[in-house]
Design a binder for this molecule. Structure first.
Ligand SMILES: [Fe+2]
Ligand SMILES: [Fe+2]
Length: 170
């Protein structure tokens, strides 16, 4: 069977060897309980961002290992951001979650300086300091691209649902 675009990464041996330890780690798996955008979980979002960033680096240059690994960890903030502000009073998730993700990532994984930089600066230009490497820009762009796709998919679903729910007239 042909793999779908969303699970294409599984058949990429080089990618899988590079990120296997993270993919199998319970803390990474735990992101499956949090929704990121639309119906996409943080875990699936991070996988897609990681793989697209890795592909960008393979094609245009940049450290693909750093992109692949930091991409998986870039949103490891480990809470539901939809209820976070109400529960904690922190209304600045967009600005603060890269630091939260880095703190969590450092707790469970050994990170290179470049990987730390990618996680911390992935929200640029919302946060003021841009990534300092090509791999960092690859992940920043991949994150924007997938966030847009996930959000648009949700909007299309909302718009289509009333029509799909109409009974068929004969
Ligand atoms: Fe993020
Ligand atoms: Fe993200």
């Amino acid at each position: 069977m042909e793999p779908s675009a969303a699970s294409e990464y599984v058949n990429d041996q080089e990618y899988m060897e590079c990120v296997k330890d993270i993919l199998e780690h319970p803390v990474f798996q735990s992101m499956d309980q949090y929704i990121q955008h639309g119906t996409t979980t943080c875990k699936d979002h991070c996988i897609q961002v990681s793989y697209l960033g890795y592909q960008f680096c393979k094609r245009f240059g940049g450290n693909w290992r750093s992109a692949a690994r930091a991409g998986l960890l870039h949103d490891l903030f480990l809470y539901d951001w939809h209820t976070h502000a109400r529960e904690t009073g922190n209304h600045f998730h967009g600005f603060t979650h890269p630091r939260a993700a880095l703190v969590n990532a450092e707790k469970y994984f050994v990170l290179s300086q470049e990987e730390k930089d990618i996680i911390l600066r992935h929200m640029w230009p919302l946060t003021p300091v841009p990534p300092s490497t090509r791999a960092g820009f690859a992940i920043t762009c991949a994150d924007k691209a997938w966030s847009t796709v996930e959000t648009v998919e949700r909007i299309v679903h909302w718009l289509a649902f009333p029509f799909m729910a109409q009974p068929v007239r004969r």
